[in-house]
Write a protein that binds this ligand. Structure first.
Ligand SMILES: [Zn+2]
Ligand SMILES: [Zn+2]
Length: 301
């Protein structure tokens, strides 16, 4: 089986990993070994475009979209502190690992902004991607996913924030530029939800993904957040299945030990929604692969 969302560098340095921007090819073998122990034998590395120094020009100062100067400065500082990776070296090491015969794919987690996506796609065109995963990590220039965002999240209104997130996600999915929508309802990560399950937002997103032929990622990352739930929610995933959307399986881990983490949980979520297959990618072409059987009550890891 597969883990189609992995990073080579955590956001905070660890004593165990290479320094930011360094890419020893042997380090990728550790992901492959850890995943194999979980029965996961196909990995896609999907570094954050926005963390690569080469993305500064093409993504631009998007934090300026945020009207509140305090929040704008938080996003600017976050991006500045996090932008310490190399797109060129990332691509090079994944291609070298492929050449060595490791079961790895070249992917990227692409930060989506409506005003820059066309330029971003031009920028990415020369590279031999196997898949491109699109993600909404910012609403305009506001960073919603950090602990400091909890207070403004509530001040702005939970339903309103969800609407902003789903609106951008629907634009991403409808654009057809990217193969997969990462962690589709990650806006729930803090555990803040509208009082009623927002079926109208789900419907719009699913219709957009069907129109753009964009797959949904089923991710165990939400199990490591306060919300403690797979992305996407059972209702949203079932609606995706009914609309014929393809799915990928993912952990979104940033260290080798987590490769394939939560595989049983994501397969169980996919099966509960009625899925029998997941997507595989090579050179941005999709094929379908049967899901494994997971016994009822299988643990998350
Ligand atoms: Zn992400
Ligand atoms: Zn990620």
């Amino acid at each position: 089986m597969s883990d189609y969302h992995l990073h080579l560098h955590p956001h905070e340095p660890t004593p165990d990993g290479p320094p930011p921007g360094a890419y020893p090819v042997e380090y990728l073998e550790r992901y492959v070994e850890a995943a194999a122990k979980r029965g996961v034998t196909e990995l896609a590395f999907t570094e954050h475009l926005g963390r690569c120094v080469e993305s500064a020009g093409v993504l631009g100062p998007f934090w300026e979209l945020e009207p509140d100067p305090v929040e704008q400065e938080r996003t600017r500082a976050l991006v500045a502190g996090d932008r310490n990776l190399s797109l060129e070296r990332f691509v090079d090491v994944v291609l070298r690992a492929k050449d060595r015969g490791l079961p790895v794919l070249l992917g990227l987690e692409v930060d989506f902004f409506p005003h820059t996506i066309d330029a971003v796609m031009d920028f990415l065109a020369p590279y031999p991607w196997d898949l491109l995963v699109g993600a909404v990590h910012f609403i305009g220039g506001w960073t919603f996913d950090r602990p400091w965002a909890r207070e403004p999240f509530l001040q702005r209104g939970v339903r309103r924030v969800w609407e902003g997130y789903f609106d951008l996600s629907a634009q991403l999915a409808a654009s057809g530029h990217l193969d997969v929508l990462a962690h589709p309802d990650r806006i729930k990560l803090h555990g803040f939800r509208p009082p009623e399950e927002p079926l109208d937002l789900y419907e719009r997103l699913v219709a957009a993904a069907a129109a753009g032929d964009t797959a949904f990622e089923v991710s165990s990352a939400g199990l490591r957040k306060p919300v403690d739930e797979v992305y996407p929610a059972p209702t949203l995933l079932r609606m995706g299945r009914e609309a014929g959307l393809a799915i990928t399986l993912a952990s979104d881990y940033h260290t080798p030990d987590g490769a394939g983490w939560g595989h049983g949980a994501v397969v169980a979520a996919a099966r509960a929604a009625g899925y029998t297959h997941r997507a595989a990618y090579a050179a941005r072409r999709r094929t379908l692969v049967a899901l494994p059987e997971i016994p009822p009550g299988a643990p998350a890891d």
